[in-house]
Every structure is written in structure tokens, then in C-alpha cells.
Design a protein around this ligand. Structure first.
Ligand code: SF4
Length: 419
């Protein structure tokens, strides 16, 4: 008898039929919510302050029995689906609320259980207010890459990233980054990376230089969470202002001219035009998913990528299932994962004549969402992307990047996404 599995869309499909729908996956990325509370209160936090408050109904901290069950769920799923790499990213809330002993035991459990089947790597994303020497030893022992959230210099960081009593967190976070940089001893792979949320009022050339002065080599800058249903308030600037932020970052990066400094959003654009960048995947390549993201919560449930929370009406209808009730292959066979892939691979109708569509791909899904028509919209940051791309491409061309190669790269990139 074939097993019936529940689907979020209200119907059922046979497990055998559904599992065959899971494409090959190279790396499973598990965002593991080891702590579902936070010790500070960033006003823009998507996890607690965006209308999706289910985290508060789950255990504050994950227990080791749940970690053990999750490790076996991942191991069995990877074995069945042939997944060779698992990237586990400890998140929260604030993941370091877990305390070092339990965090260390969780790392050991996960690695020892999963590694006979798939290679395991660890990362943690922290607000940088808790780290002690004990944590540094633990990160070294378990080979945990550390990402720190900091929005920039004191002015930028204190706009949103405040303690629960409204006080500044800046001095603690800056000290944490200095410690981590010193601890890494100049090894770029060990050194901390940073994630900063952009705000149109900040000076991003200054922020770039500030982060570089701390010794940061890997940075990422995120656009604030906005959708077509939740756009820009009067004091929040507009899309073009965010394009200028990204352009200022690019200018600072370009002038510094250190190829070892990696700003993720700049690298994504520049790599399209590098001579060595593959313009199109070979047709014979297996259509594998490079990264499949899932989120695991402290209560032993799993769900889709929670960075999609800004698409709130849609997100609230996505599945959250107990790992005790559904295997990983059956969970990944849920139609929602195919829906997310298709939406991400499909350029919005209104973008089909845009020259930048091959680079932009209509932006991140959460910024494309409207309750009225789902993801078939240009990004709310459309004008900002255009400003940013014009700055990067104008700079490349003004610095002797060959025009014919530029046009070739741009048009070839367009081929990969169709009209
Ligand atoms: S969001 Fe804007 S910049 Fe991006 S592809 Fe669509 S129209 Fe072009």
C-alpha cells in the first residue's frame, strides 16, 4: 500500500510520486533555530517584529533530544536523496543564548550523526553581544564560521539594533568583532563576516571604511524587508535611495582595489562580467539545486526559508511539519518548494523588456510579493537596482572594460533567463 502524506494545499499525493519530484540537491542548508528568543530588540527584526510571532510559542532553547532527532532526520534524508553536503547555520533569535556546553554538544551530535553520510559545515549568525573566550574556543574546536550582525558605525548601528532597555549595543558588538579578527590571526576563512541592513540615511563609503578598519574581509548588505503590501514609510526613503547606498559601497570597494575583500552584493554583479565567469551553464549539466534551504525550529518542526516572511500572507500558508511525522524526502517533495523554485526562476512579466533582467532576475522574492498577484512583480527596489547597476557597469566601462565583451556578457546573461 502506498503511503499517503498530507500537503499544505489541502490535497494529498502519494509519497512515491512526490519524492521523484525532488531534484538533485548539492548542498542542504539547514537554518537551525537553536534559540527562539533574543536578548536585544532590533526594531526591524523579521523574526519577532513583522507579524509572524509563532517563535514565541516554541521552546526558548532547543534541547539535545530534539537536536539528536533532527540529526538523524537529516542523515536519513541525505542518504536517501544522495545529498553530499550539509551546511548548518545556527540562528535565532540569538543563538548564543543556548550557552556554550549545550551548543558544543549539539555540534558534536550533528557532526557525528550526519558526517558518515554527508560533509558537514557549521556557521553561526550572532548579534555579537554575548561572545566570551569560551565561545571562541568552542568555535575553533567545532570549526564554526562566525557571522556578526552590525549595521555600520555607531550612528548606523544604533538606529535599530538596540538593547531591550533602548540602550546602545554598539560597543559590545565592535569589541566582539575586534576579538574575532584577532582570534582568526589574519586567516580569511576563519575571520568573521558581517551582515548589515541598509538605511538610506547612512554614509556607506564611511561604513565600508569603518568595517575594513576592523579587519572585515567578507561583508553582506541587506535591503530592508519590504513588499508591495508593506512599502516605504514617509521617512524610509525610496528605492532609488537604496541604489545610491549600494553605489557608494561599490565606489569605496572599487577605489580600495583589494580583490580579497568580498562584498556579496557587489561580487554577484561584477562576476557576471568577469572573463572567467561562465555565461551559461553547459547544457549537459545536471539540473541540480545548488542550495536547498530549510528552517528547523526549537520544537522539532521544519519549514521553508523564513527570509520569505515579508511575503506574509503567502508565508502563513506554507507548511510547518514535525520531523517525527514526515521524512526529509517527503517534506522536500511538498509542492511549496517547487513553487518557490519556479517563482525564483521566472522573471516578472513587467520586467521582460528590462535590460538588467539577466542580472536582477526581478530581485529577491520577498521584495516582489503582493497579496493580489503573488510574486509576478518587479522588486519594490527596482529603481534602486537600476541605479546600482548603472554605477557598477558605468565604472567598469570607464575603466577600459571592453564594450563588446560587456554587451556580450549582458546579452548572454539574458539568454539564461529567456525573454
Ligand atoms: S526589478 Fe527592475 S531592474 Fe530588476 S529586472 Fe525588473 S525592471 Fe529590471
Amino acid at each position: 500500500m502506498r503511503q499517503e502524506v498530507a500537503t499544505t494545499g489541502g490535497g494529498t499525493q502519494t509519497a512515491a510520486a512526490r519524492r521523484s519530484d525532488v531534484p538533485p540537491i548539492r548542498t542542504l542548508q539547514v537554518v537551525l533555530k537553536v534559540a527562539e528568543r533574543c536578548n536585544i530588540n532590533c526594531s526591524y527584526c523579521y523574526y519577532f517584529n513583522m507579524g509572524e510571532t509563532s517563535a514565541l510559542e516554541r521552546p526558548a532553547l532547543i534541547d539535545l533530544e530534539t537536536v539528536r532527532a533532527l540529526a538523524w532526520w537529516i542523515r536519513d534524508g541525505c542518504a536517501e536523496l544522495g545529498i553530499g553536503r550539509v551546511s548548518i547555520s545556527f540562528h535565532g533569535g540569538e543563538p548564543l543564548l543556548l550557552k556554550p556546553a549545550r551548543f558544543s554538544a549539539a555540534c558534536t551530535l550533528l557532526r557525528e550523526t550526519i558526517e558518515p553520510v554527508a560533509e558537514v559545515s557549521f556557521a553561526v549568525q550572532t548579534n555579537g553581544t554575548i561572545i566570551s573566550p569560551t565561545w571562541l574556543d568552542l568555535f575553533a574546536d567545532h570549526r564554526v564560521h562566525v557571522g556578526v550582525s552590525i549595521d555600520g558605525d555607531r550612528t548606523a548601528n544604533d538606529r535599530f539594533r538596540l538593547a531591550k532597555d533602548g540602550g546602545s549595543t554598539f560597543a559590545q558588538v565592535e569589541q566582539t568583532i575586534r576579538r574575532l579578527v584577532e582570534w582568526s590571526g589574519g586567516d580569511q576563512a576563519l575571520g568573521p563576516s558581517t551582515i548589515s541592513v541598509l538605511d538610506h540615511r547612512n554614509d556607506y563609503e564611511a561604513i565600508y571604511h569603518y568595517l575594513r578598519s576592523l579587519g572585515i574581509m567578507n561583508m553582506s548588505f541587506l535591503l530592508p524587508d519590504r513588499s508591495h503590501d508593506h512599502g516605504f514609510a514617509a521617512d524610509e526613503g525610496d528605492a532609488e535611495a537604496y541604489g545610491r547606498c549600494m553605489s557608494d559601497l561599490f565606489t569605496a570597494w572599487f577605489i580600495e582595489d583589494d580583490p580579497n575583500v568580498n562584498v556579496r552584493q557587489i561580487k554577484e554583479v561584477v562576476s557576471h562580467f568577469r572573463n572567467t565567469a561562465p555565461a551559461k551553464p553547459p547544457v549537459s549539466a545536471e539540473p541540480a539545486i545548488a542550495y536547498q534551504i530549510i528552517v528547523a525550529q526549537s520544537d522539532g518542526t521544519v519549514s521553508v526559508n523564513d527570509s520569505l516572511i515579508p511575503a506574509l500572507d503567502w508565508f502563513k500558508g506554507t507548511p510547518r511539519v514535525a520531523i517525527a511525522d514526515l521524512s526529509m524526502p517527503d517534506f522536500l517533495a511538498d509542492r511549496v518548494f517547487g513553487d518557490i523554485r519556479r517563482a525564483g526562476d521566472t522573471i516578472a512579466t513587467a520586467c521582460r523588456s528590462c535590460d538588467w533582467r539577466g542580472l536582477c532576475r526581478s530581485g529577491d522574492l520577498e521584495n516582489r510579493y503582493a497579496a493580489a498577484n503573488g510574486f509576478d512583480n518587479p522588486s519594490v527596489y527596482c529603481d534602486g537596482y537600476k541605479t546600482f547597476y548603472e554605477t557598477v557597469c558605468g565604472t567598469l566601462l570607464a575603466n577600459n572594460y571592453p564594450v563588446d565583451l560587456f554587451e556580450q556578457r549582458l546579452s548572454r546573461t539574458l539568454e539564461t533567463v529567456g525573454h
